[in-house]
Design a protein around this ligand. Structure first.
Ligand code: NI
Length: 183
């Protein structure tokens, strides 16, 4: 088990396009995925991208049954997704509050496609294809953005809806139970 520290916004690696994975089912790839899952679970993340632990590789993990940082969120299937490609299904967008382990203590209201199809590969190189909507679709779009060097604050449209969790909660803006959501 290896829990890594999560890089924070401002680290150059978080602004770079990550590199395509070419070799599947290798010791290095399997170790990376294990470390990402260990780190995500230790930090109560809903997802994590490889650049967040310092590896410029197009690998994301996401999924949970219940998450203390997003108490009202529905379960998202546990997924390892490599070299992902997202296709929006329709033009519909929706706004919801997002946070990120690389932007601790903050939340922002972010528009995302409501429905998507995503494709990629699992750790053994087997193709993965799925459709998602709502929070599931949001998590996939957020994590895949990391692979292109984009953090959610870059997607915020209204900066009166971006700030520290405690301030947003005190102002009654966060429609969630944030009493102990500090990330
Ligand atoms: Ni993130």
């Amino acid at each position: 088990m290896a829990i890594h520290s999560v890089l924070r916004m401002g680290h150059p690696l978080l602004s770079q396009r990550a590199t395509e994975v070419r070799d599947f089912d290798t010791v290095a790839l399997n170790n990376l995925i294990r470390d990402m899952l260990d780190t995500m679970h230790a930090e109560d993340g809903v997802g994590l991208a490889a650049p967040q632990i310092g590896i410029s590789s197009r690998v994301v993990v996401f999924g949970f049954d219940h998450n203390p940082r997003y108490r009202n969120a529905p379960a998202v299937p546990r997924t390892v997704l490599i070299n992902p490609v997202i296709k929006p299904l329709g033009d519909a967008m929706e706004e919801a509050w997002e946070g990120c382990l690389s932007v601790p203590g903050m939340r922002g209201l972010v528009p995302r496609y409501k429905r998507i199809e995503y494709r990629g590969f699992d750790a053994s190189g087997t193709p993965v294809v799925a459709t998602a909507e709502g929070f599931h679709a949001r998590v996939v779009q957020h994590e895949c953005d990391h692979l292109d060097g984009i953090l959610y604050p870059q997607r915020v449209c209204d900066f009166t809806r971006f700030g520290f969790i405690s301030e947003l909660a005190d102002a009654g803006l966060l429609a969630m139970n944030t009493a102990d959501d500090q990330n």
